[in-house]
Design a protein around this ligand. Structure first.
Ligand SMILES: Cc1cc2nc3c(=O)[nH]c(=O)nc-3n(C[C@H](O)[C@H](O)[C@H](O)COP(=O)(O)OP(=O)(O)OC[C@H]3O[C@@H](n4cnc5c(N)ncnc54)[C@H](O)[C@@H]3O)c2cc1C
Length: 403
């Protein structure tokens, strides 16, 4: 399902990319060290990006969006990750998985109440799927329970690693309404963080810096109106799978942007750092690392663009976004490792972003479906054993019901 009203032409996408690149150069990179030192959440950056229309690419004008499309969305995600990876976390929460999922599956009053605020950066979003017992085996690990009581559901349970939840206003919680029913026993709810019974506690992750807080959540007898359910009872797994489709495109684009940042930093360093009387870029082994990065970044860009254009053409590009996510994350890890090697001892300095680059490359390799999970999905699909986009049929039914 897509909210895309129209797609921008190549010149418009290039102009948007340039605007976000300038924003990153002028308003993010110069502030990174101060922001990391104070640890204050960069809410003003989220707000400014919202005002610039950076979060509205796949939302129509009626909801405050620009309808520029998925290729534009990917370009924004890539440029923000290039500027500074933690800041680009906003793209799924503000521009894709949270607002688009509410818009696709929510009742009209929920859509009106939350979607414009999220894409304008006035409201901050979160998405809570992973639990302490696991993120890959989502169904097996899900213990959070919702029980119907009158006009409400009562939620009890815990979530793990939920990005921005301690600073957010509203998000999506996935839980079991029928524990015996596997994927048909999951339901999704829109939950405001000021709901009594909602608690977020930040998990300390020194290697990720201070600008992308991640949290443990606890729900204790938390009453959520039944009207806040996304889709029908038991449709939550399909809701989550459709969110992953474009969520993976966003992570792929962020991995691409970070790989490009590793390449750019390495090229600059290789032109100034000398050893044995020569620029280090003149050593053959370093040239091999640089040339690998150049080629792999170009290949990752082609896969990200392909997936984005599939969405823009009205397809549910599950397969293409998974392939793009898997490959771009692999490229990103290799580029970050190469950059770390090229920068030598300086890669560990807080004066430079290389150590953060390595951490975020590893994070995106795992998040939104680990690399192993993508390998399983891609291979099973190629073998003809399990179609990757099999939730397409369930989505078609929901689209028909909404129409
Ligand atoms: C900083 C951070 C932010 C995050 N933000 C969010 C968020 O906002 N919302 C959210 O819901 N989640 C979030 N996550 C969770 C993230 O999506 C999970 O960490 C990820 O899905 C992996 O789950 P896991 O950590 O439980 O690993 P596990 O599922 O325990 O997997 C451990 C290892 O086993 C492998 N493995 C598991 N099953 C198989 C299999 N069948 N075949 C082969 N290998 C397998 C995995 O690939 C992995 O290498 C975040 C995580 C971090 C660290």
């Amino acid at each position: 399902m897509s909210l895309t009203a129209k797609s921008a032409n190549p010149e418009e996408i290039a102009a948007l990319r340039e605007m976000v690149r300038d924003f990153g150069k002028n308003e993010i990179r110069p502030r990174v060290r101060d922001m990391e030192a104070t640890g204050e959440f960069p809410r003003d950056i989220y707000r400014k990006l919202g005002e610039l229309g950076a979060f509205g690419c796949i939302a129509p004008e009626s909801l405050g969006g620009t309808g520029a499309g998925y290729e534009a969305l990917a370009a924004v995600a890539e440029e923000l990750a290039w500027a500074y990876p933690p800041i680009s976390a906003c793209m799924n929460m503000q521009a894709a998985t949270v607002p688009l999922t509410i818009a696709n599956w929510g009742r009209p009053d929920l859509v009106e109440k939350f979607v414009p605020g999220l894409i304008e950066g006035r409201l901050l979003g979160y998405s809570a799927l992973t639990e302490p017992d696991g993120g890959t085996d989502v169904l097996g690990a899900m213990r959070t329970r919702a029980v119907r009581d009158g006009d409400d559901y009562v939620l009890n349970g815990a979530k793990m690693w939920i990005t921005n939840a301690n600073v957010a206003d509203v998000g999506i919680v996935y839980c079991k309404t029928d524990p015996a029913a596997r994927h048909k026993g999951v339901s999704a709810f829109v939950v405001e963080t000021n709901t009594p019974g909602f608690a977020a506690k930040q998990v300390k992750c020194r290697v990720l810096g201070n600008l992308m807080p991640t949290n443990e959540l606890a729900f204790k007898d938390m009453r959520v109106p039944a009207a806040n359910m996304l889709g029908a009872e038991g449709e939550g797994f399909t809701v989550a799978m459709t969110a992953m489709d474009f969520g993976r495109l966003v992570v792929a684009a962020r991995s691409l942007g970070l790989a490009q940042a590793c390449l750019d930093a390495s090229l600059e360093y290789c032109n100034v750092r000398t050893a044995f009387g020569q620029k280090i870029g003149s050593f053959q082994m370093i040239k091999q690392q640089l040339s690998n990065m150049v080629c792999e970044v170009a290949a990752a860009r082609a896969l990200v663009t392909n997936a984005a254009r599939m969405f823009d053409a009205g397809n549910i590009a599950t397969r293409e976004s998974s392939i793009a996510k898997y490959y771009a994350a692999e490229v990103c890890v290799r580029a970050a490792n190469a950059a770390s090697e090229i920068f030598g001892g300086y890669s560990f300095s807080d004066e430079l972003p290389i150590a953060i680059y390595v951490s975020y490359a590893r994070l995106w390799h795992t998040g939104e479906g680990s690399a192993n999970l993508q390998r399983v999905l891609i291979a099973d699909d190629a073998l003809g054993w399990k179609r990757m986009d099999r939730h397409k049929d369930a989505v078609a039914k929901v689209v028909a019901r909404k129409a």
